[in-house]
Design a protein around this ligand. Structure first.
Ligand code: PEP
Ligand code: MN
Length: 242
């Protein structure tokens, strides 16, 4: 279970979230330092300042950290702070960036593109593997369809297909698929039931003040209960968190 804020906004916000997810049994901390935002006029992430906060959160909680890399020019800085490098949905077919992390000595969390087929996701993974890095985690995070009731359409069938087609770990991001916090738990439970190897979830101490993705972030005060609810399905699958 990977959890943490959408964006690193300030020190206390990230540390509070990190402590809460560590206490709830999460096994990795997430938090965006470089944010791929639809509008250039919205919060773009704290960049290097966020990486320093993530390093501190890792030190305090002992949780490994995953954060997104958007630009090959940031690779050194991101590698210095991250235990796992995230390639976001919008860069899922940025082939030069994929090759760059393919030469890195850290695992890569590769998200499915907004409009990528399973085949295109697998080929994106090949771009990483081709350079020598075979430590790749595939992530289903919802795709664009005609349906707008949720933010994206979570393709749980793709998880089943990926589990069959590859030996790689497959995780689900129920937060970005849902777009609204009340749907995150049912999608997370469904992910566990379909056989996903993990989930990556957004949580914020005060989601109503969040600088990105507020509506889908689970208040950290409710995160332990969220984890407990997911754990029920995980146990039914004969697995455990961590
Ligand atoms: C994120 O995880 O913060 C994110 C931006 O996700 P995605 O690339 O799936 O939209
Ligand atoms: Mn987000």
């Amino acid at each position: 279970m990977i959890a943490g804020p959408c964006s690193v906004e300030y020190r206390e916000q990230t540390l509070e979230a990190a402590r809460a997810v560590a206490d709830a049994g999460a096994t990795m901390l997430r938090g965006g330092a470089f944010k791929p935002r639809t509008s250039p006029y919205t919060f773009q992430g704290l960049g290097d300042e966020a990486l320093a906060i993530l390093r501190e959160a890792r030190e305090e909680t002992g949780l490994p950290v995953v954060t997104e890399l958007m630009d090959p020019r940031h690779v050194e800085a991101v590698l210095d702070a991250a235990d796992v490098i995230q390639i976001g949905a919008r860069n899922s077919q940025n082939f030069l960036l994929l090759a760059e992390v393919g030469r890195a000595d850290k695992p890569v969390l590769l998200k499915r593109g907004l409009s990528s087929s399973v085949e295109e996701l697998l080929m994106a993974a090949e771009y990483v593997a081709k350079e020598g890095n075979e430590r790749i985690i595939l992530c289903e995070r919802g795709i664009k369809t005609f349906e707008t009731a949720t933010r994206y359409t979570l393709d749980l069938g793709a998880v089943a297909v990926l589990k069959q087609e590859t030996h790689l770990p497959v995780i689900v991001d129920p937060s970005h698929a849902a777009g609204k916090r009340e749907f995150v738990l049912p999608l997370a439970r469904a992910a566990a039931a379909v056989g996903a190897d993990g989930i990556i979830v957004e949580t914020h101490p005060r989601p109503e003040e969040a600088l990105s993705d507020g509506p889908q972030q689970i208040p950290t005060a409710e995160f332990a209960e969220f984890a407990r609810q997911v754990e029920g399905i995980v146990a039914l699958m004969g697995k455990q968190i961590g």
